[in-house]
Write a new protein. Structure first.
Lengths: 181, 181
DNA sequence: CCGTCTTGTGGTTATCCACTCACCAGTCTC
DNA sequence: GAGACTGGTGAGTGGATAACCACAAGACGG
């Protein structure tokens, strides 16, 4: 029949599309709140095959975190390219200024947020720490900034993350305006 | 029998003990990852009665968040009392300095972290925003600090939160040292 | 001491979930 | 074109889970 012309991919390709679609699935309700069936459906494969591609749910989620770690670094790299100079100050300023655009990728943001919550699961905790390690070292390398400045950058970034997560942008109240300022 | 001498409380009292014990239950694996049975067991009541005390799981979790909001404010108030003067700068410094002690209450921290993740659930999102609103306005009132300074305080606090959540204190690597600095 | 109100308990149900396994169908190799 | 390999499915399994309900038992007012 017509559907005989079924798309077949290599396992590696499939793994990749699964990771990309799984981001959207997990973003909404996190690790515990999302079933492997939902993830499989989002990727357009059977749940059975999902378990052939990934050992178990925890490994799958950790892989999703790693994938997001990549995406985040790419985003930040693009932001770094907008700096006026290679002076540490200028680079960090550019990063901070365009961080809003980085987290306009809401799915990415939500995955990282959820991942922090279930960092207690050993495999996932590892992935989260790996993500932070890469982020910090990348920012350090690209900016050459001092510890204090880098710390400040991450603190600001985390605040922005939360503001987006709790949809504070839609709130017109003093507290929200203060944290946005 | 001896157990005939069963403790009986008013519903209000029970509600309170449930909230206190539920904090520990939800802290480990968050809203989605924790069953109502676990919460009931931790409070020493039947699951059925839990549903008499709280309409549903979402309402229960939102109440837990509100309870944590109280606990957090008390903690911060205690920290504010250690300030050298009532100058905004001094008060905020005192708050920041003793924030580590505030989040030594790991359960409280984890609840707030998990709550951010499921702020998409309407009832819970409301509770989280309420929590931030009270926190910000309390810090503003007790310190009299300017918007920028308050914002900085919260950004630092959030970074500390994450460091604890992902157990970065146990990591001996440059990135972890940078973020702790 | 009786009726009523509230605290509190099992048990039930319908659904869902992580994970497994037997099996089908292209495709590559010799 | 046979045999082996790999992509992929669908139906299960055992256990958990949110929410409901009928009913028990202690307290309390009259």
């Amino acid at each position: 029949m017509a559907t005989g012309v079924r798309q077949r991919s290599t396992a590696a390709q499939r793994r990749d599309t699964v990771l990309r679609t799984a981001v959207a699935a997990f973003a909404a309700r996190g690790y515990y709140g999302t079933s492997t069936m939902e993830v499989a459906a989002a990727a357009g494969i059977s749940q059975g095959y999902l378990y052939r591609l990934f050992k178990d749910k925890q490994t799958l989620f950790a892989a999703v975190v790693d994938h997001c770690s990549d995406r985040l670094r790419e985003s930040v790299a693009a932001a770094a390219a907008t700096a006026r100079s290679t002076e540490p100050q200028d680079v960090l300023e550019a990063l901070t200024a365009s961080y809003d655009e980085v987290i306009a990728d809401r799915e990415l943001l939500m995955i990282l947020l959820h991942a922090q919550g279930c960092a207690g699961e050993p495999v996932i905790g590892e992935a989260v720490r790996r993500c932070y390690a890469r982020q910090v070292e990348y920012v350090r390398a690209v900016s050459g900034a001092a510890e204090q400045q880098i710390r400040r950058y991450f603190a600001d970034a985390l605040l922005s993350n939360v503001m987006v997560a709790i949809d504070a942008a839609a709130v017109d109240a003093p507290w929200a305006r203060t944290l946005r300022a």
